[in-house]
Structure formats: C-alpha cells, structure tokens
Design a protein around this ligand. Structure first.
Ligand code: ZN
Length: 354
C-alpha cells in the first residue's frame, strides 16, 4: 500500500507542477491524456489497481487518488482560463487605438500651374462669349501649313522645326506631322462652322527645339479666332487689351498694352502685343529687361488666303486671330525664370501652386 501512496505523492507533485507550465490548448489536452486518459493515464492506472487492494487500503488510496483527480482537473481548468485571459488581453492590446497619435497625412493634389494658366486664359475668353474648340495633335501638313498660308517651300516653314511622322501619311498621301501651333484648329473649325465664329483652342504643340530655360520640344498655346462681318483691328485691340487687364490686372494693378507690327504668314497685318511689366510697374526689372514692357502674344487680321482655304468668303467675312504661349504667361505670372521647372514634376516646386 505504501508504494501506491508514494506513487500518488510523486504523481501529485509532478502533475501539479507541470500544470503551471502548460502554454497552449494542445499542451492542455496532452497533459489531460497523460494523467487522466481513460486507457494509459497515470492516475487512471492507479485507480484501476484499487480492486486488488484490501478494504482500508482501498479507502485510503481511493480517497487520495480521487482528491488528486479533482486537483488535477481544477488545475487544468485554471490554466485554461489563464490562457484564455492572456489571449484576449493580447488581442485587445493589438487592436487598441491610441487617439493621441498623429494621423497619417493625406497629400492634397492640385492643378499643374500650366493647366491652371491655360484654364485662366481660356476662361477670360469664355466669359466674353467665345467657345472652346479642340483639334488633334497629329495634323496634316495642309492644316498646319498650306491652308495657313505657308505654301510648300515657303521659308516660314523652316522656322517651325517640325516633327514629321515617319511612314505615315493622310488619306491623300500627304505627310503627317505633330502640329507646331494650335492654328490648324482655326482651319478645322472654319471648315465645319459658318461664321460668326468666336473660339479659343487650348492645346499642346511640338517643335524640334533644344530644351533650355525658354525652349522646349513640347509646349502649350491658346489659339483665338473671331470671324464675322465687319471685323477690324480695333476689335482685336479692344478684346486683347481687356484680356490682358483681366489676366494680369485687378487689385490696383493697371495693365497697359501696346501693339507692334510683326509678320506671321497667316495674318495681315500681323501685330505683336506687349503688356506693361506688372512686376516692376514699368520701373524696369530683370523680367522686362529694363524696358517696362513684356512680349505677350502674336495676333493679326486673318489673311484672306486663310479664310479662302477654310471655305470662308473674304469678301463677306473678316476675322482676327491670336496665339498665346501658356508657358510664357505662366513664367511671367509666377515669376519663374526657367521653363524646365514646369516639366520636371518636382512636387516641392509644383506644391507652391496648389
Ligand atoms: Zn519689369
């Protein structure tokens, strides 16, 4: 009998110590089988030996064994509870939100300065009653040059440094090119609309230029065209002066304009418009090179050959047109002296405009 009681003592010490080390549910189950398993459990084996014992021994060993069984079962239950508590606590900690932590910043986007300026220019004319027209960037040689009074072999073509498309021609076998100005939209629009025509055409244009502070092989223009009966240079000057005042003036800034004769094949006469330097108030600065004036755009009365090429009778209609460089306006407006900054997509630069 003493050997069974000794065995129970050893079993009790081992089992109760081991119960405290159980780390997960698999270990709990293995522990239960090890001591209480119906076939091979260590305590089960002691209990199965009871019938071989005499009355007193049976009672004593039976009492101790049952007490140990109860102790093992309650250790198991406690341990299971402790493991559950630990798991829940750790899950709660994981999902805990610290409301005092700073949030994740969300970057705010904004329009690119060139888009913004192009929209501002367009907007001034839309408010004056002009419609917005668009044309393709791949153009026919005819729309880009011939119909705009640049016949083949005309020297003015050379000034454009044109990108021609290799191995591509239009449906009449004539060369295709990347438009060098937005002026072909004039031709397209006049061919499909009867005057009165009042349009602005913003868009990208392409020239084979080396990139530097004031040149790029892709840049932006806004073209303007008015065709009606009885159009004169006075209309052109009036509208473009109003445009300059709206775009650069306001808040006490007075904008003056002046027109100088110039030559563009598709207008006659051609006029270049300068505006008074709003940066120095015409006192003379780096931007206006000390002159107090800044070149702003080219314009003129539409050449009769252009009207004719676009299907408008120059005896009945006359018109005026202008082309304005968006980059030039943006540089002047924002005081940027290198055009390349607009194309480098450096958010530290672009962020100043949003
Ligand atoms: Zn100036």
């Amino acid at each position: 009998m003493s050997s069974l009681l000794n065995e129970l003592d050893v079993l009790s010490a081992e089992a109760l110590a081991e119960a405290e080390t159980l780390a997960d549910t698999e270990a709990l189950e293995a522990f239960r089988l090890k001591y209480l398993g119906r076939k091979d459990g260590r305590l089960t084996k002691v209990l199965s030996a009871l019938p071989t014992l005499s009355g007193d021994e049976k009672r004593e060993v039976g009492k101790r064994a049952n007490a140990l069984k109860g102790a093992i079962e309650s250790s198991l239950a406690r341990r299971r509870q402790a493991l559950d508590d630990a798991r829940i606590t750790s899950e709660l900690l994981k999902s805990k939100i610290d409301l005092s932590l700073p949030g994740t910043p969300v970057m705010r986007g904004g329009l690119h300065p060139l888009t913004r300026v192009m929209e501002e220019i367009t907007d001034v004319f839309v408010r004056l009653g002009f419609s917005v027209a668009e044309g393709p960037e791949v153009e026919t040689d005819d729309n880009n040059f011939t119909s705009l009074n640049h016949p083949p072999d005309h020297p003015a073509r050379d000034a454009h440094d044109t990108f021609y498309l290799k191995d591509h021609v239009d449906d009449k076998g004539r060369p295709l090119l990347l438009r060098t100005h937005t002026s072909p939209v004039q031709i397209r629009y006049m061919r499909s609309h009867t005057p009165p025509v009042y349009i602005v055409a913003p868009g990208r244009v392409f020239r084979h230029e080396n990139v530097d502070a004031t040149h790029s092989y892709v840049f932006h223009q806004v073209e303007g065209l008015a065709v009606d009966t009885d159009i004169s240079v006075a209309d052109l000057k009036g509208v473009l002066t109003l445009f300059a005042e709206r775009l650069f003036g306001g808040q006490g800034t007075v904008v003056k304009t002046r027109f100088r004769p110039s030559f563009f094949p598709f207008v006659e006469p051609g006029l270049e418009m300068d505006i008074s330097c709003t940066i120095c108030g015409q006192k003379g600065c780096r931007v206006c090179k000390g002159t107090g004036w800044v070149e702003m755009l080219g314009s003129g009365l539409v050449h009769p050959n252009v009207l004719r090429a676009a299907g408008c009778d120059p005896e009945k209609y006359s018109g005026w047109a202008f082309g304005i460089g968006v980059e030039r306006v943006a540089m002047f407006k924002y005081g940027v002296d290198d055009m390349r900054l607009f194309y480098e997509n450096d958010l530290r630069f672009l962020g100043n405009f949003s």
